[in-house]
Design a protein around this ligand. Structure first.
Ligand code: THG
Length: 367
């Protein structure tokens, strides 16, 4: 057993004391911060998430704020998703691509107004790209990381818990919409979103000092709901097909390869970085794409590196995330599969740390 040394570079979050008191057992590093990955064990965390309600410290979802007259223009420059009809209370899942149409990040964009946006980033240093674009294009916009830390409330009882803390207004927040709700003498942006398929909210906590009072209130209010500290769950997110930047996609992949083609919908008259590359790929279709894959046999350990997929020795892709699912009763996986072999029902072979296994390409994920 080895440990990660703490230092200023590996940042604490406003909720670190709560996470530690709740008995966090493992972390990963994400945006140079600690992201909890296990509280009890991955399977009991999973069962609890699907049954009750959890509070997650997802401060690692750092915000890049765009603030100024050119904010909306800068936002549309960076994504192939059509932002022209986005309302001031909406959140959009947006591919962010480079000039070759390759994924730099897959964040959630939050629109406060035409002149103020947050980009809630996945694990890559998007701030540098955004600052560089604003400077290079001579745009009138400030780009910075504000003191904002998302706290997610996820699970079937999330609405009940949130109502107790913020009032019945929470029921009026639709999927991927947000409202500003008051708590003590503050107000926080609250969205119906989160990195699980169990439903719930994300509270964008502004001000580090405001973190623990909200955390403590949620736990007190949710005692009889069996609220627990939790975190994005590997089993639940693979079943649901929620992609993880750096794992299931990298800077090598395009949005079409990631199955995010439906978010490449900007009309012809809108310009954005990577447009010509993405239009060319839209015409031919991608040569490989993300697929749900079921892997036969006994429970597999989580994938630490890609596992090669092949068809009688011919390489046809790779498994990028995999884990045993107690509910499905098989190993569930996310893979990047070549077009020649991506049809549902195909049986391939995957080279796992436990040896070769049969792997069936699925028509969709498991939710
Ligand atoms: N919430 C917020 N920020 C985030 C994440 C989040 N930043 C990092 C990471 N997660 C970004 N990646 C994702 C991946 C999937 C989703 C959100 C962010 C997601 N997808 C839904 C789905 O696939 O069913 C809905 C997508 C849609 O239809 O718009 O929620 O979780 N704040």
């Amino acid at each position: 057993m080895t440990f990660i040394s703490q230092s200023r570079r590996l940042r604490e979050t406003p909720f670190t004391s709560g996470v530690v008191a709740a008995g966090v057992k493992a972390y990963t590093v994400y945006n140079r911060m600690l992201l909890p990955t296990v509280f009890q064990d991955v399977e009991s965390d999973y069962r609890h998430l699907k049954t009750h309600v959890q509070v997650w410290d997802v401060s690692v979802e750092r915000q890049v704020e765009l603030n100024g007259p050119d904010a909306a223009r800068l936002m549309q420059m960076m994504t192939p998703r059509n932002l022209s009809r986005m309302q001031d209370d909406q959140c959009y899942y947006v591919p962010i691509v480079d000039h070759k149409g390759r994924m730099l990040n897959d964040p959630v964009a939050i629109k406060h107004s035409e002149t103020r946006w947050w980009i809630s980033i996945a694990d890559s240093d998007l701030l540098f790209w955004v600052k560089g674009l604003a400077l290079g294009a001579g745009l009138d916009v400030d780009v910075f990381e504000p003191d904002v830390s998302p706290l997610a409330v996820q699970g079937p009882k999330a609405d009940m818990l949130m109502e107790r803390v913020f009032g019945p207004i929470v029921h009026d927040i639709r999927f991927f919409r947000q409202k500003r709700l008051s708590f003590n003498s503050q107000s926080f942006l609250v969205a119906r979103s989160g990195y699980s398929k169990q439903g719930g909210f994300e509270i964008y906590v502004e001000g580090t000092k405001n973190g623990m009072p909200l955390w403590d209130t949620l736990f007190m209010a949710g005692r009889d709901l069996e609220v627990r500290a939790g975190c994005p769950n590997l089993i639940e997110r693979i079943e649901g097909g929620l992609l993880s930047y750096g794992n299931d996609m990298t800077m090598e992949n395009t949005p079409f390869e990631c199955g995010l083609g439906k978010f490449c919908n900007a009309p012809d008259d809108v310009d954005y970085i990577g447009k010509s590359a993405l239009r060319a790929e839209a015409a031919t279709g991608p040569s490989r794409q993300v697929r749900a894959v079921a892997i036969d046999g006994a429970p597999l350990p989580p994938a630490q590196a890609c596992w090669q997929l092949h068809d009688k020795g011919t390489p046809v892709g790779k498994v990028t995330s995999a884990v045993w699912s107690p509910d499905i009763g098989t190993n569930v996986a996310i893979a990047m599969v070549e077009a020649s072999h991506w049809d549902a029902g195909r049986t391939l072979t995957v080279e796992t740390p436990k040896g070769p296994r049969a792997a069936q390409v699925q028509s969709r994920f498991w939710n």
